[in-house]
Design a protein. Structure first.
Length: 124
């Protein structure tokens, strides 16, 4: 939808114009084994990294806390959360998800084969 006109105030003649852009995103549904007492978090410095070293940033997360906060786990089994990243370049065929942090324990999944939907399920 391009150049949509809005009239936010009935008595106003002011027009607001905006343009929507087709935004590409990559959705990664993550699962990891857990038990009571575990704590997890994701850092904003988590990226999708292409074969040529390009980095797609994390733009949204659901079901997990962002550093410095922690998500406390109270169950045994699998813990699920979702990460959304900026879109990959069209020529990308394989990529990695890497949490670049200055302490041990960062998430890293390498050689994820790209699919047409850009929606993935990974186990950490």
């Amino acid at each position: 939808m391009k150049n949509t006109v809005l009239n936010p105030i009935k008595s106003s003649k002011t027009e607001v114009k905006f343009e929507l852009q087709d935004e590409k995103q990559v959705i990664i549904h993550c699962a990891m084994a857990c038990m009571p007492g575990f704590c997890v978090r994701i850092w904003k410095t988590t990226y999708l990294i292409t074969e040529d070293g390009g980095k797609m940033p994390l733009v949204f997360w659901e079901g997990i806390s962002l550093f410095p906060e922690w998500t406390n786990l109270y169950h045994t089994g699998m813990f699920h959360f979702t990460l959304i990243f900026s879109g990959l370049p069209t020529d990308c065929k394989v990529f990695s998800m890497v949490e670049e942090i200055n302490e041990p324990g960062g998430f890293a999944v390498k050689n994820i084969v790209r699919n047409k939907k850009d929606v993935y399920k990974i186990q950490l």
